[in-house]
Design a binder for this molecule. Structure first.
Ligand code: ZN
Length: 346
């Protein structure tokens, strides 16, 4: 075929110039030319802006391929042959028509650092996504994701996660384990809550949750960029809490005593705790007071205070956001009384 000859010319020039990369972008291809597999040392293969609807099995000979770009094509499935391309570090499959991500194929891509699946029709990611232990960037912008598997918590190297424009109603609490996360984009979903553990992501600098259904933020926010327009945030017209004297149960008092002892490295109670698994289970649901940092089993009162992003956090936005506070006692409530308000849920 005439374009076949032209393509071979392109291929030879590309291979001579860059040694091991082949650029076949925008060539009107409906399939991957057979000659591609005759370059087993190929490390970069660019095939974007074509009309490729499936990948041939002969691609499995490209065992040194580290970058594959198939953006802007007509793929309907996550290609099965990718399971043989375990050397891949960057995989771009944006703007295709993929609706299912094959667990088998993705589970074999343990060297991936960048995975871009933007603008497809994907409803769910298989748990095998957790096997991509080297993944740093996962981008799923504009898909139909309804939930994210808890296994994303295994992606310890993940620094950027883009989930904008999906149908997520919650984020998995295991996100807490992605301690290297720096940028989290989850705008335009249906989130009603952010997992409380998100505050443990100390490297997180950018959080975009605009256009969701959030009413309140977790405790102790520390992001340098926060986008939260168009949510259902509690307005700054709350009802002050009517203070009531505390009447703590014996169980609560005992739990608080034990929790304080647990903080001391050499206390007898701390050392004996491993022998009482039931007590451990009970105490695992404990929390800390926003005001005094003291431990408690049951919140004395859950309330909200308002943080001005500009004034209190030095951010550019002058928005005021509601932040959840958990208090252990009337004393702590009174210490900053005027700042805390009850949350009126309708
Ligand atoms: Zn307190």
């Amino acid at each position: 075929m005439a374009y076949g000859v032209a393509l071979r010319g392109t291929a030879v020039r590309a291979l001579c110039g860059k040694g091991n990369s082949l650029n076949l972008n925008s060539n009107g291809l409906k399939s991957v030319p057979e000659f591609v597999s005759r370059f087993p040392n190929l490390s970069v293969l660019l095939l974007c802006h074509n009309s490729i609807s499936a990948l041939p099995t002969h691609l499995q000979s490209l065992c040194h391929l580290t970058e594959l770009n198939l953006g802007n094509n007509a793929l309907r499935e996550f290609p099965a042959v990718l399971s043989h391309l375990g050397s891949l570090r960057k995989l771009y499959l944006y703007r295709n028509k993929i609706d299912v991500v094959s667990p088998d194929a993705i589970g074999h891509l343990g060297n991936l650092v960048v995975l871009n699946l933007n603008h497809n029709n994907i409803q769910r990611l298989p748990p095998e996504i957790g096997r991509l232990r080297k993944l740093q960037q996962l981008s799923m912008l504009d898909n139909k994701l309804e939930e994210l598997p808890g296994e994303v918590g295994c992606l310890k190297k993940l620094s950027e996660l883009n989930l904008t424009f999906n149908n997520l109603s919650r984020l998995p609490r295991q996100l807490y384990f992605c301690r290297n996360l720096i940028k989290l984009y989850a705008a335009r979903n249906r989130l009603t809550n952010l997992p409380e553990g998100i505050t443990a992501l100390v490297k997180l600098r950018v959080l975009d949750v605009a256009g969701n259904m959030l009413s309140i933020f977790p405790m102790e926010v520390h992001w340098t960029e926060l986008y939260c327009e168009e949510n259902w945030l509690i307005k700054l017209k709350p009802v002050p809490i009517l203070p009531h004297p505390e009447n703590l149960s014996l169980k609560e008092l005992a739990a608080r005593f034990v929790l304080l002892e647990v903080r001391k490295q050499f206390s007898l109670i701390n050392l004996s705790l491993p022998h009482y698994p039931e007590l451990n289970d009970l105490l695992s649901g404990s929390n800390c007071c926003t005001e005094c940092n003291g431990p408690f089993l049951n919140t004395w009162v859950e309330c909200v205070h308002f943080v001005n992003l500009k004034k209190d956090m030095n951010l550019r936005s002058s928005l005021t956001i509601p932040v959840r506070s958990l208090l252990c006692s009337y004393k702590c409530f009174r210490a900053q009384g005027p700042c805390y308000y009850a949350v009126e849920r309708k």
